[in-house]
Design a protein around this ligand. Structure first.
Ligand SMILES: O=C(O)C1=C[C@@H](OP(=O)(O)O)[C@@H](O)[C@H](O)C1
Ligand SMILES: C=C(OP(=O)(O)O)C(=O)O
Length: 452
């Protein structure tokens, strides 16, 4: 088990002095960066990932691929930010992979390891041992892989890569995580017989993330058939093929834009996120609709997405099954709204970085709120809140949700705000800069710049 560097220090969440007015450059998307790295590692030629997110989850992904023989050179992108040059090579073990608590690393890499020549040991944070992985392990065994997990169906485990994998047809119950499907699809072109994956079981969450996987596979030259193409319901097919090296620029992380847009909404202010794509598969694009329903006004222009608060924050009744990673910040806004909210379709959040439903209910209620867990979500009735410690359970999205509450509630102390580095490095600095107001001309940073 790896040390997750938990800290117990408390960050006094800054209160908003008035309406927020700022332009906030949000770093690159975790989901795009980690898919791009995997696909580049599978390619037959070198590729570029420009303006990648540099965060705990993406550094773990890059280091794991390096451990299996992939060369990743970090250079400066001429247009701002970083540019990572990925030079694929024959994948091999023995290697050790630290997944941290990254769902994308713990699920996307076992299929890659099954294609490596030699054993690859997977380990991670304590929470990673509890997060569902059985869908990937069971499927890989059906597809021909040898995995030693001592019967746990979870981490830690060793994938005994044989240099190739038969592939073919497999049934997977991916109701616990869409990442089971994405993981197998991403490596599917490299399986000898390709992949025919049928999802069995309850409703599949986070469909935009699967669409992102399919879109990125196709852009790398893979042939993928999906249920949306008129194929069988819940069946995805990937033909065996070589993948092309791409030159890809990572979009800003729209889910990580959520707390900043929420700041505009709850303070009746204005926040612009530069580089918001006109078309995207990112789940965070739904914020435009969700925050409009909560009282904001969105405008997508060449400068990016601007959200204006109208002075009213309305409650929301919404099924967030497709966009579960937005739920923590939406719950925080709902706790500050002028009417009740009911968020549903997110039972699977109980197996995220922490049990997010229990954590949000406990922590908002700890500040005097009225949040009830339902079978598949949260019922939130706004109440006057008071300051206090907001525990974050090593969950980046709990910390950003707490920061939103702190804008309007004096004395919110966010435990271990450093946990935001999982996907949003420098969150406290970005937050403080946002509250300081509009950047002076010439000081506006590039969108998606990461730390470059
Ligand atoms: O594939 C991805 O990049 C992700 C898929 C989703 O996972 P689940 O389907 O497990 O919710 C999402 O919540 C996570 O933040 C990122
Ligand atoms: C669920 C999340 O992460 P992971 O990729 O670890 O599943 C998330 O970022 O909200």
């Amino acid at each position: 088990m790896t040390d997750s560097t938990a800290q117990t220090d408390l960050w006094p969440a800054p209160a908003a002095a008035g309406a927020v007015d700022a332009t906030v450059p949000v770093p690159g998307s975790k989901s795009v960066t980690n898919r791009a790295l995997v696909l580049a590692a599978h390619s037959t030629e070198p590729g570029w990932v420009r303006r990648p997110l540099r965060s705990r989850d993406t550094v773990l992904m890059a280091d794991a691929l390096r451990a299996m023989g992939v060369q990743i050179d970090e250079t400066v992108n001429p247009g701002g930010g970083e540019a990572w040059r990925i030079i694929p090579a024959g994948l091999y073990g023995p290697a050790r992979v630290d997944v941290g608590n990254a769902g994308t690393v713990m699920r996307f890499l076992p299929p890659v390891a099954a294609l490596a020549d030699g054993p690859v040991r997977f380990d991670g944070d304590a929470r990673a041992y509890e997060r569902p992985l059985h869908g990937v392990i069971d499927a890989l065994r059906v597809l021909g892989a040898r995995i030693d997990d001592e019967g746990r169906g979870a981490l830690p485990m060793t994938v005994h890569g044989a240099g190739s994998l038969t592939g073919g047809a497999v049934d997977v119950d991916a109701s616990a995580s869409s990442q089971f499907v994405s993981a197998l699809l991403l490596s599917g072109p490299r399986f000898n017989k390709g992949l025919e994956l049928r999802h069995t079981g309850g409703s599949l969450p986070s469909l935009p993330h699967i669409r992102m996987t399919v879109d990125m596979l196709r852009k790398a030259g893979a042939k993928v058939d999906t249920p949306q193409d008129g194929g069988a319901r819940d069946v995805w097919r990937v033909a065996p093929s070589a993948l092309l090296g791409r030159d890809l620029t990572v979009e800003p992380d729209l889910s990580n834009a959520a707390p900043f847009l929420a700041a505009a909404l709850v303070t009746g202010g204005r926040v612009t996120i530069p580089g918001w794509p006109r078309r995207t598969t990112q789940a965070g694009d739904s914020l435009r609709e969700l925050f409009t329903r909560m009282g904001g006004a969105c405008d997508l222009t060449e400068s990016g997405l601007t959200l204006r608060g109208t002075g009213r924050v309305q409650g929301l009744t919404a099924d967030l099954h497709d966009v579960g990673e937005l739920a923590p910040v939406i719950a925080a806004v709902a706790a500050l709204a002028d009417g009740p909210s009911e968020l549903s379709g997110i039972a699977h959040l109980r197996m995220h970085e922490t049990d997010r439903l229990a954590a949000l209910a406990a922590e908002i209620n700890g500040l005097g709120g009225d949040v009830t867990e339902t079978g598949d979500g949260l019922r939130i009735s706004p109440r006057p809140l008071r300051g206090g410690v907001f525990h974050t359970y090593e969950d980046h999205r709990l910390a950003t949700a707490a920061a939103v509450l702190g804008l309007l509630v004096d004395g919110v102390l966010v435990e271990n705000v450093a946990t935001t580095a999982k996907t949003l490095p420098d969150f406290p600095e970005l937050w403080t800069a946002m509250l300081a107001g509009p950047a002076e001309p010439g000081r506006t940073q590039d969108p998606g710049q990461g730390r470059g």
